[in-house]
Design a protein around this ligand. Structure first.
Ligand code: NAD
Length: 470
């Protein structure tokens, strides 16, 4: 067998999103001898990567991009050139959930992965390593290989690797610089092992070799879905416990602290809240559920699906509590939503729990005033329009987005903390209280505020997983 030995001096990444952008910016930073070309079909996104304000907000990203851009890091819509020049090509395109399905699960929509693979198959010549960076169902690499070879001429050969990304938005740069592990799956043939070694060589510019794991492709693909399912399950587990706390007087902070000190469990992802959001957790759990259903593993599918059921319940339970506390009606009441992104330190609102809490309140005719330090105003409105049972014009009348938290809270009946932004802890709540409608309520869906201080000011305080003294 001919060893598969491309010399990697050029990497292309198809997809300049939350994963492709930061991941390849860090590769450019740590591998100055490698040219890194990030390509995307979205001209606006590429313009933003080449401009002053990057298309995504991620602490530390600006500095890296501005240091490397024009040296060994390039952003372009010229996908053909990227495919032609690179020996190693990441596919880092979006893999959303299909909106339809017959079971409880939802298949991953692989249309963008297929389009990227077809594009590579049409343009590539020579030897190429194709790296699945997108999160995909187990066995997707098999389909990718078939698509790549559907246009085969004799002068091209591909090795398909799986190298899922474990970064979390908001801490992406840190996660990339100091990953818990880098996972590379490939075929266990000589060319496959050679390709794995090539990609490992890239990461080993800054990641200790002991953290670079080598597996077969299917283990790698499944590890990513299973990791996200475990994390989502941990959030749903603590949220399930928070409901028991509210019904009994146990305190979720004490319970979570106690659980988390057990080294077998660990304290991360044990923060009770209004539920997980983001573009990945729900999508990946639904994808795993779908795979289990397709494999006739019905009980296993039901098990994982319950993680999503619990998450949806938590969002609804929180909204219901707001409505109950506000004398069972929020109709025409001004409610200030503090935080719209799915977590702090990102501008990403995809699948944010705030969207659904907002929806449930709007369904009962509440007037929402949204303040978020980073989320885009147009995005907030369009997210709410998309899920609302109200018609779009009604949504526009019910929702306003305001740049200042004090203005948002003025004349409001309640403040609802939906995202754990640090700045919410430092606001002048005395000033806010004085400007609000009375009785003034705060619903802390992230357990971040000083509740005793708020009670002293005069607020009615409701917190996930706690029974507050009145
Ligand atoms: P994204 O939507 O931010 O970016 C995807 C980009 O791919 C878009 O800019 C889109 O225009 C581009 N694209 C799609 N098809 C293309 C094509 N054929 N040619 C060129 N460009 C194309 O998505 P993301 O958040 O970066 O996620 C990418 C993948 O990584 C997904 O599979 C996701 O599940 C996974 N992932 C995401 C995260 C996260 O935190 N966002 C973390 C780990 C893994």
């Amino acid at each position: 067998i001919q060893p598969f030995t491309p010399r990697i001096n050029c990497i292309c990444c198809i997809g300049a999103g939350y994963v492709g952008g930061p991941t390849c910016a860090v590769i450019a930073l740590k591998c100055p001898e490698i040219q890194v070309l990030i390509v995307d079909k979205n001209q606006d996104r590429i313009n933003a990567w080449n401009g002053e304000t990057l298309p995504i907000y991620e602490p530390g990203l600006d500095e890296i991009v501005k240091h490397c851009r024009g040296r060994n890091l390039f952003f372009s819509t010229d996908i053909d050139a990227g495919i032609r020049d690179a020996q190693l090509i990441f596919i880092s395109v979006n893999t959303p959930t299909k909106t339809y399905g017959i079971g409880k699960g939802r298949a991953t929509d692989l249309q963008f992965v297929e389009a990227a693979a077809r594009h590579i198959g049409q343009i590539a010549t020579g030897k190429k390593i194709i790296v699945e960076k997108s999160t995909v169902p187990v066995k997707a690499a098999e389909s990718i290989a078939k698509i790549l070879y559907s246009n085969i001429d004799d002068n091209v050969s591909f090795e398909v690797l799986s190298n899922p990304e474990f970064l979390a938005e908001g801490t992406a740069i840190n996660d990339l610089l100091q990953p818990d592990r880098v996972l590379i799956g490939g075929s266990q043939t000589d060319p496959g092992i050679e390709a794995i070694n090539q990609l490992a060589w890239v990461y080993e510019h800054w990641v200790p070799p002991s953290k670079v794991l080598r597996t077969n492709v299917w283990s790698s693909e499944l590890s990513k879905l299973a990791s996200n399912a475990f994390l989502a399950q941990k959030v749903s587990s603590i949220n399930a416990v928070s409901a028991i706390c509210e019904a009994t007087g146990a305190d979720i902070s004490d319970v979570a602290h106690s659980i988390g000190l057990d080294k077998r469990i660990g304290s991360k992802y044990l923060q009770a809240s209004i539920g997980f959001g983001g573009s990945c957790f729900q999508k990946d759990v639904l994808s795993l559920t779908y795979i289990c259903e397709a494999l006739n593993l019905t009980e296993v599918a039901d098990y994982w699906h319950q993680v999503v059921v619990m998450n949806n319940y938590q969002k609804k339970r929180f909204a219901r509590k707001i409505i109950q506390c506000l004398f069972h009606t929020v109709s025409n009441k001004r409610i200030a939503i503090f935080g719209f992104t799915f977590k702090k330190d990102t501008a990403d609102t995809r699948e944010s729990s705030s969207i659904y809490v907002g929806k449930y309140l709007m369904d009962e005719e509440a007037r929402l005033v949204v303040y978020d330090p980073k989320a885009d105003k147009g995005q907030i409105i369009s997210d709410l329009r998309e899920v609302s049972s109200q018609d779009p014009q009604r949504v526009d009348r019910l929702v306003s987005v305001i740049n200042d938290p004090y203005d948002a809270a003025k004349d409001a009946h309640a403040i609802v903390i939906c995202t754990e932004w640090d700045e919410f802890k430092a606001l002048d709540y005395e000033k806010i209280y004085n400007s609000m409608y009375k009785p003034a309520y705060i619903f802390d869906g992230r357990i971040i505020l000083d509740h005793a201080a708020l009670l002293r000011i005069g607020f009615h305080v409701e917190v996930v997983g706690k029974v507050m003294k009145k």
